[in-house]
Design a protein around this ligand. Sequence first.
Ligand code: GLU
Length: 291
Amino acid sequence: MSATGRFAPSPSGDLHIGNLRTALLAWLFARSSGRGFLVRIEDLDRVKEGAAERQLDDLRELGLNWDGQPARQTDRRALYDAAIDGLVTQGRTFECFCTRREILEAPSAPHRPPGAYPGTCHDLTPAERESRRVERNPAIRLRSDVETWTVRDLLHGEVTAGVDDLVLRRGDGVPAYNLAVVVDDGEQGVDQVVRGDDLLTSAPRQAYLAELLGIETPLYAHVPLALNTEGQRLAKRDGAVTYRELTERGIDVFATISGSLGLTGSTPEQLLDTFDPAALPHAPWTFAPPA
Ligand code: GLU
């Protein structure tokens, strides 16, 4: 498959109606442009027992289909390790011994965004690294040689964001999300990334990493998230928000989502007739769970 879109949920719990809306949009973007569509289970972290299967069931209930079996990131560790090892061999990485707390507490610098890596371990000597390795296993960080990177997004236009020395492999040996997502999209032929706009500011650093790995930058479309009636990001604690909860209360989830997008039809295929990426609402969607 040469051109494909994808939906890549983390199986940390049930999908809520906002996640399902993003999945439907990813499907519509892919299928309306003649692309394949993949589902990838991002289970390197934050896994809840049985959640992946429930997520797939809910996507099927919504009428979505995908090509082949969903890939699971935990089955693909060798790919991530090979990409990291390649960057290590090229001298593009360094070992980092900082804890999250040390990074947060590092003195701020004028050009460094809050939470960005302060560069503490960037220039450790071999002897310093040797002695630190006794205390803890290092994370592997990218030796980034740019401060910012720019991507084009179908909804947001040009987006520039900071690129720091991002983690490629955590101290516990688990490949980092940013690395895995870039390797997977490249390896799976994903050339169109449609996902929630909470990841918009991650796109530039992922595109930079793709460039270093010789992977073509995908087309991006970061779609608005669903909000609760207080204007916060919709979450499970907001009440009945999952496919099952809503269906039990007599709510037609598919009709609710397609209506929120201004589309008509009772299956995803039928929505393709009226789907126009240029006409998509850019504002977040407010969802009021039923009482
Ligand atoms: N697994 C990520 C999430 O559920 C999405 C990653 C992506 O779409 O790039 O938030």
